[in-house]
Design a binder for this molecule. Sequence first.
Ligand code: ATP
Length: 250
Amino acid sequence: AEGDHLLSVEDADAYYGQSHILRDLSIHVEEGEVCALLGRNGAGKTTTLRSIAGARPPDVRDGVIRFKGSDITDYSTEDVSSLGISLVPEERRVFPNLSVEENLHLSDVARNWSNTFGREVSMEHAGMSDEEVYEVFPRLEERRSQKAGTLSGGEQQMLAIARSLKQDTDLLMLDEPYEGLAPQIIETVEAAIEQIADAGTTILLVEQNAVAAMNIADRAYVIDQGEVVFAGDSEELRADEQTREKYLGV
Ligand code: ATP
């Protein structure tokens, strides 16, 4: 039954103004899996993540998005995030003039701030400790007092992911985590994502780098012009030369 999925997007139609981007799009994510959303530039992958995260635009005019059984279609980003969904956007959004450590502690600050204003946010929503985060990303510990703006692209990506681990996250959505990274750094980020998944966080990943994504994903969707054109195990996609060539160019 639909209710059994951790996340489901059911027949969603999303728009930017008049422009119809997601067309009757349905995907689901199971608890504990790594799921990849693949497809060409402009296929609608980021739009899908933004729709789930409550980021507007896009405007979701039709369909239902459910998380842990709740209809979250019209939730704000704040409400989606307090349910345990975290989005690491493509443009990595670290605070360049703050140190690595200060960046990591920003979510604590936000939580205290929210408490001050009486929102129901408590320390129960705290995610990993600094020590746990640094276990996933030892590189960040070495650089804990360095200004985030002076980190390499790969290190900034690690910091952006690390920040989301400081919140209690059940579903981590990563938008192109490998973008602009050298192969060696991709391996580091890949290993970290696997470690996060092994620790029990479900992952929904958007990637241009289909080969790298298939390495770590249990399942994949291929999206083209806002429609799902393939859904299946990574193994199936690897074997499906026609889909790979037509929509992924690999
Ligand atoms: P990419 O890998 O290039 O980011 P994508 O699959 O993530 O591709 P989306 O960012 O979801 O693609 O974009 C889907 C379509 O929506 C594109 O045609 C894009 O131009 C359009 N689009 C995205 N953001 C907006 C916006 N704010 N206003 C209008 N159109 C937009």
